[in-house]
Design a protein around this ligand. Structure first.
Ligand SMILES: [Zn+2]
Length: 295
């Protein structure tokens, strides 16, 4: 650089131009670049954890300071700006699961969690499992229903319902429990994916158990679910309410905990009027009873 400047000055001199003396060199003050302080190590003991650490349960917590990402097992978990999170524990979760927090620089803190096993209600029946190949007529109706359910469950709203204490959507007899399963001559059927509440008839109103956004309100009854409402509670947690007689909300609507969202019925595949409530988080099926106060 200096050499080139000198050459340029020389060229000007040769051309006979008037060359003023070079300006005095400005000496830049030397400023020491401040080194960022080393971040304190993330400690697994700094995880804050609350919840029901059992199959079908859930975790609410906070990551250690400095964590930029979190995984539960292999599943990435969303963090709020202040480091809080929600994670669901699948009905068939293994006995141990890990929370792994990772900082921006790649440092990790791992918290091992013991997940208590459940004793699911298993009924063995001496009946063959019915043929499971659905007809093309049925599938022609079913495919768009399944697509609508998958699209609704993929919606991620900014609802804060996930952080609330859940409330009972209806009072009534528990007519079916989450996780129960029939085994047909040794062949397991699908387990019951929700909590059934029966009020002894149709027409009783039920309410949102927590704040949320209605991501599906199927008024034309779906073949199995009937009139179906799905509510997103934020952070990947959503509720589905099946078999409604009527719906009181529309897709896209924000609902508050305790707000009437529908009435109990027997639409779709139901043996009698009841509310089937299921909870899912990132594909994991959760037990609604573990979110509710005892009654
Ligand atoms: Zn049910």
């Amino acid at each position: 650089m200096k050499a080139r400047a000198g050459a340029a000055l020389g060229a000007l001199a040769l051309l006979g131009g008037c060359v003023s003396p070079p300006p005095p060199r400005v000496v830049e003050p030397v400023v020491a670049t401040p080194q960022p302080p080393m971040p304190p190590p993330m400690l697994a003991s700094d995880f804050e954890i609350d919840g029901a650490l059992e199959q079908g349960g859930w975790i609410r917590g906070r990551v250690p300071r400095g964590a930029a990402r979190l995984a539960f097992g292999e599943v990435p978990v969303t963090l709020t700006p202040d480091g809080r999170f929600f994670a669901g524990i699948d009905r068939d979760a293994p006995a141990r699961l890990r929370l792994t927090a990772t900082s921006a620089s790649g440092q990790t803190a791992v918290r091992e969690l013991a997940i208590a096993p459940r004793e699911w209600r298993i009924e063995r029946v001496d009946v063959a499992l019915r043929g499971s190949v659905p007809s093309e007529t049925f599938m022609a109706q079913r495919r768009p229903e399944l697509a609508a359910i998958a699209a609704a469950r993929a919606v991620r709203s900014d609802s804060q319902g996930w952080a609330q204490r859940f409330a009972w959507p209806a009072t009534g007899r528990i007519s079916g429990r989450f996780g129960s399963q029939r085994i047909y001559r040794g062949v397991p059927g699908a387990y019951h994916s929700g909590l059934d509440i029966a009020t002894g008839g149709s027409g009783a109103p039920y309410v949102a158990p927590a704040d949320g956004v209605v991501v599906l309100a199927a008024q034309g009854p779906f073949s199995l679910e009937g009139n179906l409402i799905i509510i997103d509670h934020g952070m990947g947690l959503n509720s589905a309410f099946l078999h409604s007689a009527t719906l009181a909300v529309k897709q896209g609507e924000r609902v508050r905990q305790g707000q009437v969202i529908g009435t109990i019925g027997a639409t779709g595949r139901a043996t009698g009027p009841h509310l089937h409530w299921s909870l899912m988080w990132n594909g994991a099926r959760l037990d609604p009873l573990l979110f509710l106060p005892l009654r």
